[in-house]
Design a protein around this ligand. Structure first.
Ligand SMILES: [Zn+2]
Length: 669
């Protein structure tokens, strides 16, 4: 019986391929991505970004198998063991692989290699790979559950990155065999056959299929792409229909962050503008109905509106970043690069401790305690959802957080049609080839804290090619110079094509204005360039322990954080209406490499504010948001709170805070 099934599968694959090759099934034109990744490892982080990645390595990523052995240790199913065989092991490797190759760390590479070797060797005759046994510890689960498509999607991601780093010849045939298996099996066992996760996250499967199609031009891959798109949750319809994102609880927060790129990924196989339009509409509606100033949204875990005391899951942040990276490459649209920076610079540093040992499952935009107990979250995990820990909340984030900074680093530079493109900015050194010329570009900057970025271009021989630079949409008066001579700086992507010689210097200046946006109940945020600014509140950390079953589930240790200073401030209207803020840059702190703490913040905004006595705590959260002026009603409206004593307060980058107010009531005099 099994053999007949296999034979049928093979026949189906062959006939589909033949049909496509013979022109019986007309394929729309394939649209290759605008940008392509450079070799993994070609971009080396410098300055603050190197410090970030090294802290990540030393804090959690290098040692997760030792500090979380029950899941990531040698007994994991993805190492052939009897332990966990679902998403968490592959999640870790999806971040470990890029970190290992970016830092060129042999120990880390060796750790990742064990998982890669087992995964490659696990492929069966019919193309299936990965653990092939049911979970012994979940009673009543149907046999065959181990074949769930979802964890394999994560494995495809780490294998693709591994191939980009090493060119290991085993990877392409492995993908080919698995994708033929998928094409044959999905009609009978669709994405949602075992769990619903693959239906929402199929885009990451799709992305690897289309990447392989670009390499091999095998027509069956477009058939598979179509099938994956058809079986995937219909994000295009949901975003264009407009109902889902205005409905509380309608979607899981990580499914949204991860899956929202599906229409743009599929656009490569079927280049209709509706797919791009759908995602732009979706992101606008996320902002409108659920948005917080960092680009994320109330989703704790269900979609939960825009009250700044709702939670946002760490997995959603790193998946949102990855979605932006992928959509940026496909479309070349700098909107996605701006969005990526906003989540990376604001959300990510504040959701993980400075030593990278502890993280927060759910974070609030207005977060004035991180306390054990009941908060207004869709799911609270017995009170541990908001405190810092290793396993507090749900341990998906423990394993998934690793992809954030390494992939961000990998997306600082791309290969473009005419040369190289800098689409996201941070200090780094790129070493790659353009044509036959080896090129090194050092990118020196304190961005995002400061406005200037210097590129030292060093080709091995004089060579003509194009360098492209993103002009962020928030920047209206950027300037660009080559060796001190101004050159045209038209956005959204400024291109300089010339003969480059050793020692050429490009300087990009991105003036950052102080701006404001309105959010929940007309509360205001303050931004400067890619950074959101917040009232940083003094922190008192208290270590707690758990015992028994609670310790087994959420870890023996966690941390609560309480404020040591008042938080209940509103901003005076001139800050919000007229950008009245004094920008203070601390040069001494700027030369340090760790900015992401209250003490380390190198940029501050001094603004007028006033305390609101009746804005008080409710269950450890900020209580009812005091009323603010509606912008359209003008400055003389009296419906908002009148200020008491006016004080000057310092706002710091959101990414430097643990406790904060980032959405402020707006006060009148
Ligand atoms: Zn998570």
């Amino acid at each position: 019986m099994l053999n007949i099934r296999k034979l049928l599968r093979t026949l189906t694959v062959c006939s589909l391929s033949l049909l496509a090759t013979a022109g019986c099934s007309r394929q729309p034109e394939f649209r290759a991505p605008v940008y392509h990744e450079v070799r993994l490892g070609a971009i080396k982080p410098e300055g603050w970004l190197r410090e970030m990645l090294e802290r990540q390595r030393d804090g959690i990523t290098a040692n997760l198998d030792e500090i979380y052995p029950e899941v990531c240790g040698p007994d994991n199913g993805w190492l052939g063991g009897e332990g966990d065989r679902w998403e968490r092991g592959p999640y870790w490797i999806d971040g470990l692989v890029p970190l290992a190759y970016i830092l060129d760390d042999q120990e880390l590479k060796a750790k990742a290699q064990a998982w890669i070797e087992w995964t490659l060797a696990s492929q069966q005759e019919d193309g299936f790979f990965g653990p092939d046994k049911s979970y012994p510890y979940i009673e009543g689960l149907q046999r065959g559950m181990a074949h769930d498509w979802w964890p394999r999607i994560v494995a495809l991601k780490f294998l693709q990155q591994y191939y980009n780093a090493t060119g290991d010849e085993r990877v392409i045939p492995f993908f080919d065999k698995y994708f033929r298996y998928q094409l044959a099996t999905l009609p009978e066992k669709p994405l949602g056959n075992w769990t619903f996760w693959a239906e929402y996250r199929a885009c990451d499967n799709l992305k690897v299929v289309l990447w392989l199609y670009e390499k091999t031009q095998q027509p069956y891959l477009l058939e598979l792409a179509k099938l994956l798109h058809q079986q995937s949750f219909d994000f295009t319809g949901a975003f264009l229909g407009r109902e889902m994102l205005s409905t509380l609880g309608s979607i899981h927060c990580v499914n949204l962050a991860q899956g929202l790129k599906e229409p743009v990924i599929y656009y490569q196989a079927d280049p209709q503008p509706k797919y791009i339009d759908a995602v732009r509409q979706g992101l606008a509606d996320i902002r409108r109905f659920n948005g917080i100033p960092t680009g994320m949204y109330g989703g704790d875990e269900a979609l939960h509106g825009n009250n700044p005391s709702q939670g946002s899951e760490l997995c959603a942040s790193v998946e949102m970043m990855f979605s932006m990276e992928e959509m940026l490459k496909v479309t070349g649209d700098v909107f996605f690069a701006d969005y990526l920076e906003k989540v990376a610079f604001n959300m990510l540093p504040s959701q993980i401790t400075d030593d990278f040992k502890w993280h927060q499952y759910l974070q609030q935009a207005n977060q004035v305690t991180c306390s054990f107990g009941v908060h207004n979250f869709d799911i609270g995990y017995q009170g541990t959802g908001q405190v810092f820990g290793l396993l507090t909340g749900y341990p998906c984030c423990t394993c998934n957080l690793h992809q954030g900074w390494p992939k961000f680093t990998q997306n600082l530079w791309y290969e473009s049609e005419g040369g190289l493109a800098a689409m996201v900015y941070a200090p780094c050194t790129l070493t790659t080839t353009v044509g036959s010329t080896e090129v090194t570009i050092e990118e020196k900057t304190s961005y995002p804290m400061t406005e200037e970025i210097t590129f030292l271009v060093n080709p091995s021989a004089p060579s003509t090619f194009e360098l492209s630079f993103r002009i962020p949409l928030w920047c209206s008066d950027a300037t660009l110079s080559v060796n001190g001579e101004p050159v045209s700086c038209e956005g959204p992507v400024a291109k300089v094509r010339r003969e480059w010689t050793d020692g050429d210097v490009v300087v990009l200046n991105l003036p950052m204005k102080v701006t404001s946006q309105r959010w929940y109940q007309n509360a205001a945020s303050v931004e400067r360039g890619p950074l959101v600014f917040a009232l940083g509140i003094g922190e008192k950390w208290e270590q707690r322990s758990l015992e028994g079953k609670m310790a087994w589930e959420f870890g023996p240790t966690y941390f609560e954080v309480f404020p040591t200073a008042p938080w209940n401030y509103g901003l005076m209207k001139e800050v919000v209406y007229d950008s009245a803020a004094e920008v203070v840059v601390d040069e001494a702190k700027l030369v340090g490499d760790w900015w992401w703490s209250l003490d380390g913040a190198p940029v501050k905004l001094l603004v007028n504010a006033s305390k609101i006595d009746d804005w008080t705590l409710y269950n450890g959260d900020t209580g009812q948001m005091p009323y603010s002026q509606v912008p359209s009603r003008g400055a003389n409206d009296t419906s908002s709170h009148a200020a008491g004593k006016i004080e000057q307060i310092a706002l710091v980058p959101y990414g430097c805070t643990t406790l904060r107010i980032s959405e402020f009531p707006v006060l009148t005099h």
